[in-house]
Design a protein around this ligand. Structure first.
Ligand code: XMP
Length: 525
């Protein structure tokens, strides 16, 4: 399906997904691979060009992520960004050292060359986003500098003969005024990609491919109501209609009204042609979770119970030909760091295939897409915006937003508090956007209410109360690996606080969680 691709080689930088996304915005297909990927494998993929990403380390530190000199002989254009550029020079005989002046943030940069290639349509003076403490103090043989800043003599460089390019700054970040143009110049100009990859053709092509693969077979999908499985369901339904059965397990740990929303879209009378089975397993879950307080244990119980419920349903359906999954690209990426980092929480249920379902083959129609692309596909399929733009919601649901034991009473409290919080933030954000045309700077990437396991004394009317404290969490994050607490305006928080106290029985205190990640995590368990 895809014949032209750019490879992004991941050295662990925080903007790597963004690099891939920018390449796709040039209508060029792109995949991310770890820097540990063997050279043969990279060559076999026959890329039109390669981008080396930034990374958190120093290239000269022993044990730092690196690559062999032969890497630069592959014979296709290579662009190194930040760490990637430094590595190129270090490996090819230049020198990288700690910079006398570290650069961080928007930086004025002077373009000295490459005006017809990498810096086409870039003014002589432009603003870029810098984030480095090392610099290229001596370029490798054959390179020339093509940009500098007041503190950095090699802000960009090239070796035209070998088609190697290096940029000290981050063109993928929007703060780099001409970043998109620079990446476009590399991908479409220097690598000569035609730019024929389109999102809207994705839906059509996938439907065709699914029909061919499935024939008149039966497909089973576990629908969680999350973005990925919903889009997979929509796509499969358009392709094969009633040959698809979706099992939606309502574990009673969903957000307020969420189960009904999923049923409304995918159930009988909804807009999709498929067999929809909703299993109301709330009571089962609550009784399994009774008395359990340890977070990982809760996760395990919720995961295992899901398997049991799904297994029971699968048995009723009998043998199927395909088991469908909403796996998306970031789930399968072999990230350089991801492979090595410690397991903090047993996330993402990415394990082997379930052996309790009798199926012949797995089908993963979203495997090549990034999250925003999955959303675009969802909109094209006609899935409502409130589902498509849902914020991330963990598999164990409210089970890990209730600290300590989960009970139906606590679920109700956290659902109601969370609903108030979300509606107030959504309304305020919409008002801001209507007035200013952009999202407010404080707009969180993920936010929710959680129930602390703490009760404290308060006073309401003339009565002494002894009730729960609700914690509000809101974070800004790009990759969900690190996060900052979002600065939601105080008046919004106060409104949320007062509504929660007044409207949610059993709560007499509202706290705002200021912790960043690390040291905190986004969820509280
Ligand atoms: P943490 O809490 O680890 O969360 O900072 C990072 C992102 O992962 C989500 N998350 C989970 N997702 N199962 C999931 O499917 C889990 O057990 C789980 N724990 C956290 C969290 O919502 C955030 O987006």
């Amino acid at each position: 399906m895809v014949n032209e691709k750019i490879l992004v080689i991941d050295f662990g930088g925080q903007y790597n997904q963004l690099v891939a996304r920018r390449v796709r915005e040039c209508n060029v297909y792109c995949e991310i691979y770890s820097y540990k990927t063997p050279l043969d494998k990279i060559k076999a993929m026959n890329p039109k060009g390669i981008i080396l990403t930034g990374g958190p380390d120093s290239v000269y530190r022993e044990g730092a992520a690196t690559c062999a000199p032969e890497f630069f002989d592959i014979g296709v254009p290579i662009l190194g960004l930040c760490y990637g550029a430094q590595l190129m020079h270090q490996v090819l005989g230049g020198k990288v050292e700690s910079a006398p002046v570290r650069e961080y943030g928007k930086t004025k940069t002077y373009i000295d060359g490459a005006k017809d290639t990498l810096f086409k349509e870039v003014e002589d003076e432009t603003v870029v986003w810098m984030s480095h403490f090392d610099y290229i103090s001596k370029m490798a043989p054959g390179f020339e500098a093509i940009a500098h800043t007041d503190d950095c003599p090699v802000a960009a460089c090239q070796n035209v003969e070998r088609s190697l390019y290096g940029i000290q700054f981050h063109p993928e970040v929007l703060h780099t005024a001409k970043g998109k143009e620079i990446l476009y110049n590399f991908v479409r100009g220097i690598c000569n990609c035609s730019g024929s990859w389109r999102m809207d053709s994705f839906v059509e092509e996938s439907i065709k491919a699914i029909r061919e693969k499935v024939g008149d077979g039966k497909v089973l999908l576990a629908l969680s109501g999350g973005v990925d499985s919903s889009v997979a369901a929509g796509l499969l339904s358009r392709a094969i209609g009633k040959q698809l059965t979706c099992v939606f397990v309502d574990h009673g740990l969903l957000r307020k009204d969420e189960g009904d929303e999923v049923e409304h879209v995918f159930g009988e009378g909804g807009q999709f042609d498929l067999n929809f089975i909703r299993v109301n397993a709330q009571e089962r879950y609550y009784s399994k979770l009774a008395g359990v307080t340890e977070p990982e244990r809760k996760r395990k119980i919720i995961g295992e119970e899901f398997i049991r419920v799904f297994e029971e349903e699968a048995k009723k359906i009998g043998a199927v030909d395909f088991l469908a999954q909403g796996t998306i690209y970031p789930d399968v990426v072999e990230s350089g760091l991801g492979g090595e980092s410690a397991v903090i929480k047993s996330h993402h249920n990415v394990g082997g295939l379930p052996d309790f379902v009798d199926f012949k083959e797995i089908i993963e129609p979203l495997r090549d897409l990034f999250k925003d692309e999955v959303r675009k596909a969802g909109l094209e399929l006609g899935i409502p915006e409130y589902l498509v733009f849902r914020q991330p919601f963990p598999g164990p649901g409210l089970g890990i937003r209730i600290i300590g034991e989960v009970t139906d009473e606590k679920v109700k409290i956290v659902q109601d508090a969370d609903w108030i919080y979300r509606s107030e933030v959504e309304t305020a954000a919409k008002e801001y956007k209507d007035a200013n045309g952009v999202d407010p700077a404080w707009m969180p990437n993920q936010y929710f209410a959680a129930l602390t396991n703490m009760r404290s004394v308060g006073v309401m009317g003339d009565e002494r109360t002894y009730d729960y404290a609700v914690a509000l969490r809101a974070v800004k994050t790009i990759d969900f690996m690190t996060a900052e607490s979002a600065e939601i305006p105080f008046e919004i928080l106060q409104r949320v606080m007062s509504r929660i106290i007044n409207e949610v029985k059993g709560v007499n205190r509202v706290l705002y969680d200021l912790t960043s990640k690390p040291p905190g995590t986004i969820e509280m368990e």
